[in-house]
Unconditional design. Structure first.
Length: 507
């Protein structure tokens, strides 16, 4: 800018000083404008004299070339003579400029102006961040701070998008604190909240005066835990017959000749799917209790799967029945190798079932542990804690884990299933917030990945805002061979990723 103004002044002085002549009108106007710009920059301290440069284009769309040209003519007539049509090559690249994050197609037609002129032409731009209504998650870093507001349920109610929200950041960056802030405001606004917080800091939410009588803390481990409360056969429930999905009036059955029969058939199919899912989860839980050496045995998978299939997938069963089925295989099966493996597996699992931490997975003999644990309408916030849980250290060989550390995986796994159940048993029209901490342990098994995928897919129709914590974006991108859930994610919260270039690139 200094170079341009100096050039104009030199030409102006050439006429007026060197030759004592009146300069051309256009040069005189340019000189006056240059003087005004320099004066604004040097003497104005309000910030409004800041000069800007940018590329400001208007995209005109029409169903036919003739319609597009007609719209362009209307624009030219409306803004004449201050608008000019420049039809350039590379229309596809120019169109991509209007997509956030895309680079400039070219650097031609750059415009320079002061910030007042720019703001006058961009009335929709301001320092407001986020939605008009919702929860407050922060404030803008400006002279006059404004709250940054996030509508937790706009994705479900107005945009028809997924409610899965990964919170990605390094340890100690405030993921749990942010989740607590969101939960506090959402529950006070009338939503239901379900929290799986193994370490337990969020249980203090239930002690707040405003949550007295509407919040409860359930300890899934420790002295006060209920035996069998995480029994896989109990946690995974059958579909409800009165669910709208099984109503013959549902549009999904509009093309069926007998809509009632089609709805009943779908219900029965989903009941069978729930039974199969219980068997699959039971097998996964038992496998997580075994050592890597035992898992590598060629007959281990067969023993566990055969025993679980023998017990069946009905909801009144429990894991102790699977242990008894394994004991039966160890004593009666015709295959000697299978009997030998079954005997070893039974001994290992019996030892694990006798741990104090295992009482929530293995109900006491003679009981089914079918006590009702569904939160009533009075309870708005349910916090699931796991005091005393011994998580295995990061990067250690699973073969070196203690029995208590091996038990952490199954407990975390079933606790996440219970949190998911408490949310999805609520009416669909109710707003809900689900928070899962330590989500990395779910991705280690097929059943856990299925749960994560279900949360991502069903959060929209069940109106659930699912906040899931992780330390790396890879947990959602599927780069390690797991399911890619990035396409099922509409909103993401990225925190401090440290100096990890791989994590930054994934984000």
């Amino acid at each position: 800018m200094r170079r341009l103004t100096s050039s104009i002044e030199a030409q102006f002085d050439h006429y007026t000083v060197e030759h004592d002549q009146v300069p051309p009108q256009e040069l005189a106007e340019q000189h006056a404008l240059a003087q005004r710009v320099i004066s604004d920059i040097e003497e104005d301290h309000s910030g409004l004299s800041v000069r800007t440069e940018g590329w400001y284009r208007v995209v005109v769309v029409g169903s036919t070339p003739a319609e597009a040209k007609e719209k362009v003519s209307m624009l030219q007539e409306m803004y004449a003579p201050h608008i000019r049509l420049e039809q350039e090559h590379g229309q596809y690249q120019l169109l991509r400029e209007f997509m956030p994050g895309e680079p400039l197609a070219n650097i031609a037609h750059c415009r320079r102006m002061n910030v007042e002129s720019l703001s006058a032409g961009m009335a929709a731009v301001g320092d407001r961040i986020g939605d008009r209504t919702g929860v407050v998650i922060g404030e803008t870093a400006s002279i006059a701070p404004r709250p940054a507001v996030w509508d937790l349920f706009a994705a479900h109610e107005t945009k028809d998008k997924s409610g899965l929200t990964p919170i990605v950041a390094v340890p100690g960056s405030g993921k749990t604190f942010l989740a607590g802030v969101l939960l506090y405001q959402a529950v006070r606004a009338g939503a239901y909240g379900v929290v799986l917080d193994p370490s337990g800091p969020l249980k203090k939410l239930a002690q707040l005066p405003e949550f007295r009588g509407i919040a409860e803390v359930q300890a899934l481990t420790g002295r006060t835990s209920r035996p069998g409360s995480l029994n896989p056969y109990r946690v995974i429930v059958d579909p409800r017959r009165d669910d709208p999905d099984y109503n013959p009036a549902n549009p999904d059955y509009a093309d069926d000749l007998d809509r009632a029969a089609a709805a009943q058939s779908q219900y029965e199919a989903d009941v069978r799917a729930a039974a199969a899912e219980r068997i699959s989860v039971a097998v996964s839980v038992l496998k997580m209790m075994l050592t890597p050496a035992r898992l590598d045995h060629e007959w281990t998978e067969t023993v566990l799967q055969t025993a679980a299939n023998t017990v069946g997938g009905e909801r009144h069963h429990n894991l102790r029945e699977v242990l008894e089925a394994i004991a039966t295989l160890a004593g009666e099966d015709e295959n000697v190798d299978l009997r030998t493996c079954a005997k070893s597996v039974y001994q290992d699992l019996t030892m694990m079932s006798d741990l104090a931490e295992a009482r929530v997975l293995f109900p006491e003999r003679g009981t089914t542990a079918d006590a009702d644990d569904v939160a009533g309408d009075r309870i708005r916030l349910t916090v699931l804690t796991m005091p005393g849980l011994q998580l295995p250290p990061e990067g250690t060989d699973p073969a070196q884990w203690t029995p208590q550390q091996r038990m952490a995986g199954p407990l975390m796994h079933m606790a996440a299933w219970l949190a998911n159940r408490l949310v999805y048993e609520l009416p669909r029209y109710e707003r809900k917030v689900l928070f899962l901490d330590e989500n990395k342990y779910l991705e280690q098994t097929g059943a856990g990945r299925t749960l994560n995928l279900r949360i991502a897919r069903d959060s929209r129709k069940y109106k659930v805002r699912a906040l899931v914590c992780s330390q790396l974006p890879d947990d959602y991108l599927g780069v390690d061979g797991t399911d890619d859930k990035s396409a099922l994610t509409y909103e993401v919260i990225i925190g401090d990723l440290g100096g990890n270039a791989h994590a930054i690139a994934g984000a």
